[in-house]
Design a binder for this molecule. Structure first.
Ligand code: EPZ
Length: 422
């Protein structure tokens, strides 16, 4: 297993291009199951999560070609049984359920495991697909969905105890595109990645309106056709590098971003005393590190609120920001694995009942730390950029799941990092 050694103290300068969104790419790749015609998807990031999804689609019978960021995929003859050994490794593979059910009238997908950020139930997905007419059975660790007479439109409220479900909204929306009649999804997730999927589906001939709001209306059609699409920028990768620039940067520029998608992250970074300057088009920004910085209070919320996927990275920034910060994760109350590791580096953080109270310290120092999940690992890299000494971050595969060549991008900005074989 690789590890990353980060030699703290370098100042980040220059500019990098942000990659296409992992969380938009995954459901869009799954949506190609809805047609037998070729689809071309551009700016798919080369990360292990998208590689897993491509392996799953190939195992289902899809013909897939990948050249740099472009994926050509044709799902002409496909099986309705997703391979257990691949699906169990990545929770997001649950989003093949809806398209398989709609295309084949049957889907067998293994129950996703939980993970360190919390129990990852799929009850809302199943509630939605059942409402569309699917029969749901769970046996031997697999979910078996059947719809012998096809799917029919329904009114569905997808709200859960922790708010909307992103992949649940995706699954139901994809299944509804081929259902008979109108489907209304209330309490839908409004993330930009859901809207990007809806745009992809509409380009395939679907009839979806309201995506990007809490109420999505889908008018079923008889079939969908092939399409070409470019995936939106990855707002979480962009936010991660914004935090890196606020920690150790001197005028770092990020290209290929979307100002619209970054509003909540930008305001949190600026509230703590830094400045983010976007160009006219809003697709590039420069982060100016502030010298009067202060702690902030953050509560994660569904989009357009502050994203849970940026909670760990902001904690790394606030760990050495003067003052007290209170960070509450309402979506994944257990998502604080990074705090124990940051404390090994000297951070002053108390975690209780889904809230972290961070007291800024003058500086952190290197320690061997362990990555635990995708965003927690990124937080450790950020903290190490300014820590005294060389920090060794093991289990780098967590980071490689969702960040395309993070070490190369950091090196391009002047960070002193090296990837070594463990
Ligand atoms: C998506 O996961 C993202 N993953 C996650 O990003 C992100 O953290 C999450 O949305 C929340 O924004 C992808 O898009 C591939 P949810 P998803 O269903 O859809 C509960 C990353 O770092 N829930 O929106 O799986 C759930 O437990 C990843 O890139 C139910 O109760 O998350 C959570 O508390 C990590 N029942 C809340 O809803 C369900 O059936 C939101 O989860 C489904 C979810």
């Amino acid at each position: 297993m690789d590890k990353l050694i980060v030699h703290g103290g370098a100042t980040l300068r220059g500019s990098i291009n942000i990659s296409g969104s992992k969380n938009a790419s995954l459901p869009i790749l799954a949506a190609t199951l809805l047609t037998g015609e070729p689809c071309i998807i551009r700016r798919v990031p080369d990360v292990s999560d998208t590689n897993y999804m491509i392996q799953i689609l190939s195992a289902l019978g899809a013909d897939v070609e990948r050249s740099s960021g472009t994926v050509r995929i044709t799902c002409e003859e496909i099986s309705d049984v997703a391979p257990y050994d691949l699906v169990r490794r990545m929770r997001a593979s649950i989003c093949v359920m809806g398209p398989l059910l709609a295309r084949k009238g049957r889907a067998v997908v293994s129950l996703p495991g939980g993970c360190v950020i919390g129990d990852r139930p799929v009850d809302l997905h199943l509630r939605g697909l059942e409402a569309l007419g699917a029969k749901v059975e769970v046996e031997g660790g697999n979910i078996l969905l059947t719809a012998k007479n096809g799917l029919r439109g329904a009114e569905i409220d997808l709200r859960g105890t922790h708010g909307p479900t992103v992949l649940g909204t995706d699954n139901v929306m994809m299944a509804a595109t081929l259902a008979d009649g109108i489907t209304i999804i209330e309490s839908a997730a409004a993330e930009p990645e859901v809207l990007d999927l809806a745009n992809f589906l509409n380009a395939m001939g679907a009839k979806i309106s309201g995506a990007g709001t809490r109420r999505i209306v889908v008018e079923g059609v008889s079939e969908l056709h092939g399409v070409e699409h470019t995936v939106i920028p990855d707002r979480i990768e962009a936010g991660t590098f914004m935090a890196a620039a606020a920690i150790a940067g001197d005028g770092v520029r990020l290209n290929r971003v979307s100002r619209e998608h970054l509003k909540a992250i930008t305001s949190a970074i600026e509230e703590s005393g830094h400045r983010v300057e976007f160009n006219e088009a809003g697709d590039s920004c420069v982060i100016h590190r502030g010298d009067q910085t202060r702690g902030v209070d953050l509560v994660t919320a569904p989009y357009p609120g502050y994203p849970t996927d940026m909670q760990a990275q902001m904690t790394a920034l606030l760990a050495t920001t003067p003052g007290i910060s209170v960070i509450k994760d309402t979506i994944f109350p257990q998502r604080f694995m990074h705090c124990a590791e940051l404390k090994r580096m000297g951070a002053d953080i108390k975690v209780d009942a889904g809230t972290a109270v961070v007291r800024g310290v003058a500086g952190l120092s290197a320690a061997p730390v362990m990555a635990s999940d995708l965003r927690a690992s990124a937080a450790l890299v950020l903290a190490a950029l300014k820590a005294k000494g060389s920090t060794e971050i093991s289990r780098l595969y967590h980071i490689d799941r969702g960040y395309e060549h993070i070490d190369e991008k950091l090196l391009m900005l002047g960070a002193n990092v090296e990837r070594v074989k463990d």
